[in-house]
Design a protein around this ligand. Structure first.
Ligand SMILES: [Zn+2]
Length: 132
């Protein structure tokens, strides 16, 4: 492993990634705009969170997508019929997003504790309690 590799891993550690977790999945009985089947559409509501080595943070951002399991196609908003829009509206009111939050991971706590320990040692040296 050379220096560039170390840099790369450090970057991944700091930056982390943006992910989604599923809030709700619901079958829709609407016609699929692609294959006209009435039993293929499913809507998934998701909430965004970011995670790196130090913390996991839930954001206020929610997203949804509609997928047809009959014709295996993502149905984008531009293809929605009025009926689909109404159902999405209705479903959206029933979802319960989690409140925005941030949770520190063990690594962050270890670094905070090490910093605190270092601070205490420095103070003790300055006060002459510890001699080096
Ligand atoms: Zn379809």
């Amino acid at each position: 492993m050379d220096f560039r590799d170390v840099n790369f891993y450090f970057l991944i550690l700091i930056m982390g990634s943006t992910k989604f977790f599923t809030l709700k999945e619901a079958r829709l009985s609407n016609n699929c705009p692609e294959c006209y089947s009435t039993d293929g559409l499913e809507i998934t509501f998701k909430q965004k969170f970011t995670e790196n080595a130090f913390y996991k943070a839930i954001t206020n951002d929610t997203a949804y997508d509609i997928y047809c399991y009959n014709c295996d196609t993502s149905i984008f908003p531009i293809q929605w019929t009025d009926d689909i829009e109404r159902v999405v509206d209705y479903q959206q009111r029933s979802i319960n997003p989690k409140p925005k939050s941030i949770k520190l991971k063990k690594l962050a706590w270890i670094i905070i504790l090490l910093d605190l320990l270092l601070f205490i040692i420095v103070v003790l040296i300055i006060m002459g309690i510890i001699n080096i």
